[in-house]
Design a protein around this ligand. Structure first.
Ligand code: ZN
Length: 300
């Protein structure tokens, strides 16, 4: 009899232990579920607050876009600001015993005055077989890299200074591809979306092509160096005169000339509290000046 009692007692102990273990496991599982639920609720709250923040930011952005569109109105008052643009570079003039590093001088002046400008460059200056105007490929490689590294806008003018309305689509494409390719090779980045046809005019065909490629053509508001003037003093006086008459916006200059008067022009603008802003900033706020049109002279 005692032999059968023992196992019964043992089974009871085992059964009670299993029951106790099950109870503990169930309590632990319940607790875990509870904390998980808690966490999910908290995370849900976090997600909701992120969504609320994003909605607020979208509303603010919409408001900013509305304000920008309103300020693009051509009748809206223009701000007291100008944009510096330099064409036909990079440029160095050289004769035995005498050289002027025009683009480098401009870059130094801009750096010293903490000003951002836009450079519309010629592709032939990056072509080993064509590189001209007294510089070497090494000069131009170095300077074009500085343009990018120092925060300026690097843009295509043309390969060899032919107005866009005098080029076929194939020629224009080749000019853009070569210049953009060299800019990428020398600076590690592509040129900006801004371009400028030599002479400033453009045909409707070329304009449609630029639009299709995502480029924006940049005409100007102030021509700093009219052809009848030849000296730095003449360019400076003319520019100051235009500004004194209330002209604002995009100033057209050239590397080869501006190196001689840029520092004085900045001094003048500073004395009048006229800001010098980047091309992209101006474009975002006020749009670009209207480009004059010319008819294509070759089949596009
Ligand atoms: Zn030009």
């Amino acid at each position: 009899m005692t032999q059968t009692k023992k196992p019964k007692k043992l089974w009871r102990i085992i059964a009670v232990s299993i029951l106790a273990l099950l109870l503990v496991a169930s309590a632990t599982a319940n607790y875990s579920l509870y904390t998980l639920n808690q966490r999910l609720t908290e995370e849900n709250e976090d997600t909701k607050s992120v969504i609320r923040k994003l909605q607020l930011e979208i509303m603010q952005l919409k408001e900013q876009i509305k304000q920008m569109e309103q300020s693009r109105n051509p009748n809206a008052p223009r701000p007291d600001a100008v944009v510096f643009t330099f064409d036909d570079g990079p440029y160095r003039s050289y004769s035995p015993g005498n050289s002027t590093e025009h683009t480098e001088i401009i870059l130094d002046i801009l750096k010293k005055n903490n000003v951002r400008a836009a450079f519309f460059v010629l592709g032939c200056q990056f072509d080993e077989e064509q590189v001209g105007s007294g510089g070497t490929l090494e000069h131009y490689k170095k300077w074009v890299k500085r343009v990018v590294d120092e925060g300026h806008t690097l843009s295509i003018h043309d390969y060899n200074h032919v107005p866009y309305w005098k080029q076929s689509k194939k020629e224009l494409e080749k000019s853009f591809e070569f210049t953009a390719g060299k800019i990428r090779e020398f600076t590690g980045t592509l040129p900006s979306k801004y371009v400028r046809s030599p002479g400033g005019s453009i045909s409707e065909e070329a304009q449609a092509y630029l639009k299709q490629k995502g480029f924006r053509h940049v005409y100007w508001d102030i021509e700093a160096e009219p052809l009848n003037l030849k000296t730095s003093g003449g360019f400076l006086d003319h520019s100051k005169n235009e500004i004194a008459q209330g002209k604002r916006g995009i100033i057209l200059m050239h590397d080869r000339n501006a190196s001689g008067y840029l520092a004085d022009l900045i001094k003048y603008l500073n004395s009048k509290n006229i800001k010098i802003v980047s091309l992209a900033d101006w474009d975002r706020k006020y749009g670009l000046p209207k480009t004059p049109y010319k008819s294509q002279t070759v089949r596009f």
